[in-house]
Design a protein around this ligand. Structure first.
Ligand SMILES: [Zn+2]
Length: 310
């Protein structure tokens, strides 16, 4: 299925032409040049995040996600407008408000539903993907396909924040007792917004701290099918994380296995129990060695052309 074992050789051959046309100056990337036409690529084991991180614009290609959520890239990304009728993108300096067109549409849909909640002008949108997806220099293992988005838990009071305010404003935590429970800032509106996200057919999973999942399990009196997609995870109390399924017809995009059948509420309760009563450390556990950062050769072969594209 993957061609990546053949890839380093093919890539080395194509590299020569690429470097001779660009001049191969790595300093292009440190000047903040507005248009990243000269994309630096390397056959070395240089971390892929150093190649994807500095690229300022999407590739001039048809939109398509290649690989897995934590090992892939994105062609033809679309930038989420910094401000829309029912959203604002936050931390603009990171340049991570890019995604597959399916993700942009999803944020438009979900934010319109959020704006119907009392006290919510819409959504504050955190990290999505880099202009060409791929590994990031900080902060996330996933978010590589343009199909993941972090949505702030802070109910947006206004949607006219300046760029400086978007750098400095903080979201708020919803947790207490290490994530075993929600705190007093959790509202029914949070339940409704996450329910709306999970009920969207494009969504595969939502990650949120365990206490929030258990609270939603308790509070839901109607249809419970949407709870299946809400998965307890570490962190995720300042924001929840939405993951779309691979768009239809994109055969090089690798879906995760679907969540186990059922609403997952027992599993979340077990997670909470482990927070409240942590099991003793396993005396035989071996420390996991740090993983080497992904290189371009670790990614699907298409990611080299995504990087090289104008
Ligand atoms: Zn995330």
């Amino acid at each position: 299925m993957r061609t990546r074992f053949l890839f380093p050789f093919a890539f080395a051959v194509s590299l020569a032409g690429c470097m001779s046309t660009t001049g191969g100056s790595s300093s292009d990337y440190d000047t903040g040049a507005p248009r990243a036409t000269a994309v630096r690529v390397s056959t070395s084991n240089e971390p892929a995040k150093a190649l994807f991180g500095p690229v300022a614009h999407a590739s001039a290609q048809r939109p398509e996600s290649f690989g897995g959520y934590a090992r892939g890239c994105l062609a033809g990304a679309v930038q989420l407008p910094e401000t829309g009728p029912t959203w604002q993108a936050m931390r603009l300096s990171r340049n991570r408000n890019w995604g597959h067109p399916a993700l942009i549409s999803f944020i438009q849909r979900l934010s319109a539903k959020a704006a119907a909640q009392t006290g919510w002008a819409g959504l504050y949108v955190g990290d999505m993907s880099q202009p060409r997806g791929g590994p990031m220099r900080s902060g996330h293992a996933s978010h590589q396909l343009g199909l993941d988005a972090d949505i702030w838990m802070l109910p947006p009071a206004r949607l006219d924040l300046t760029a400086a305010e978007r750098e400095n404003l903080s979201s708020i935590s919803m947790q207490r007792a290490n994530g075993a429970y929600v705190n007093g800032d959790w509202t029914r509106a949070h339940h409704q917004v996450i329910k709306a996200a999970a009920s969207d057919p494009a969504v595969a999973r939502i990650f949120v701290f365990a206490g929030a999942k258990v609270q939603m399990c308790k509070d839901e009196t109607g249809d419970r099918a949407w709870l299946r997609k809400v998965r307890p995870w570490y962190g995720h109390h300042y924001h929840f994380h939405v993951r779309l399924a691979c768009p239809a017809g994109e055969s090089a995009c690798e879906n995760q296995a679907p969540p186990p059948a059922g609403d997952g509420c027992k599993e979340a309760e077990d997670w909470v129990a482990r927070i409240l009563n942590p099991p003793p450390p396993d005396p035989n556990a071996k420390p996991t060695p740090p993983r080497a950062p992904l290189t371009l050769a670790d990614l699907p072969a298409q990611c080299a052309s995504v990087l090289r594209s104008e």
